[in-house]
Design a protein. Structure first.
Lengths: 127, 122
C-alpha cells in the first residue's frame, strides 16, 4: 500500500449535503451541552438549597442575560435531542435504506428543531 | 496495542450500546421534566423539594447524571479523537489530545460528585 497517497480532506473545498450539517451541528451542540451541564447543576443546586436561594434564582431568571444563556442551553438540548432521536430511529432500521431517506430525515430534524426552539424562545422570553 | 486507553468501554460495540442506553435514560428524564413543568409551570419551593427528596426521584436523577457522564465521555472521546489529530493540528496533537481527554474525564467526575452532593444534601 502506498503511504504517500494524496489526501483531500479539506472539508471547506467540498460541497456538503444537509446530512453533514445536521451531523456537525449534533456534535457542536453536544460539546456545548457538556459545558451547559455545569450551568444546569448550578441552577439545580440553587433551586434545592434553601427557600431563599430558590427565590433569588427566580429573580435571576428575569434578567435578559440569564434568559439568553438558559435559552442557548435549552436550544442546544432541543437540537441535540431531536437529532439524537433520528439516530435512534435509524438504528431501528427505519429510514436508513437510501441517501434520499437520510436527506429527508435530516431536513425533518431541521424543521422540528426550528419549531421546538421557537416554542422554547416563547417560553423563556415571553412567559 | 493500547490505542483507546481513554475510551470508556473496552470496545466500540459496548460504547455504541452505552451511548444509546444512556440516551434513552436521558430521554425519559427530559420527558418527565417537560411533563412536570407543563402540569405545574411554577412550583413552590416546598413542592420542588418534596419531588426531589423522594427516593425514586433521587435514583432517577442519579441514573440521569450517570447517563450524562457516560454519554459525554463517549461523545467527546469521539470528537477529540477525530479532530485533535497529528494530520489536522500537527505533531503536538497526541499530548494535547491526551491532556484534553483527561481534563474531560476530570470534569465529568466532578459533575457526578457534585450531583450526588446536591441530591443527597436535600
Amino acid at each position: 500500500m502506498k503511504t504517500k497517497r494524496p489526501v483531500n480532506l479539506d472539508i471547506g473545498s467540498i460541497k456538503l449535503p444537509i446530512t453533514s450539517y445536521v451531523s456537525i451541528l449534533h456534535r457542536v451542540s453536544g460539546v456545548v451541552l457538556f459545558f451547559a451541564v455545569a450551568l444546569l447543576l448550578c441552577i439545580f443546586d440553587a433551586s434545592l438549597e434553601s427557600a431563599q436561594s430558590f427565590e433569588s434564582l427566580k429573580e435571576c431568571f428575569s434578567s435578559p442575560v440569564a434568559q439568553f444563556v438558559i435559552w442557548a442551553a435549552l436550544a442546544a438540548l432541543a437540537y441535540h435531542f431531536i437529532a439524537g432521536v433520528r439516530h435512534l430511529i435509524m438504528d431501528c432500521g427505519v429510514g436508513e435504506d437510501s441517501f434520499e431517506s437520510g436527506r429527508r430525515s435530516a431536513w425533518l430534524v431541521v424543521a422540528v428543531a426550528v419549531i421546538v426552539i421557537a416554542s422554547i424562545s416563547g417560553w423563556v422570553f415571553l412567559w | 496495542m493500547v490505542k483507546s486507553v481513554t475510551s470508556l468501554g473496552h470496545n466500540g460495540l459496548s460504547n455504541w450500546l452505552l451511548q444509546r442506553v444512556s440516551a434513552l435514560v436521558m430521554t425519559a428524564y427530559l420527558i418527565f421534566m417537560v411533563g412536570y413543568f407543563f402540569a405545574n409551570p411554577s412550583p413552590s419551593y416546598e413542592q420542588w423539594v418534596s419531588l426531589h427528596s423522594s427516593l425514586a426521584m433521587r435514583i432517577f436523577s442519579l441514573l440521569t447524571i450517570l447517563s450524562i457522564a457516560a454519554h459525554a465521555w463517549i461523545g467527546l472521546w469521539c470528537v477529540l479523537t477525530d479532530y485533535i489529530t497529528v494530520r489536522l493540528i500537527g505533531s503536538k496533537a497526541t499530548p494535547i489530545r491526551m491532556f484534553l481527554q483527561l481534563a474531560m474525564i476530570a470534569l465529568i467526575l466532578f459533575y457526578v460528585i457534585w450531583a450526588i452532593d446536591i441530591l443527597w444534601g436535600i
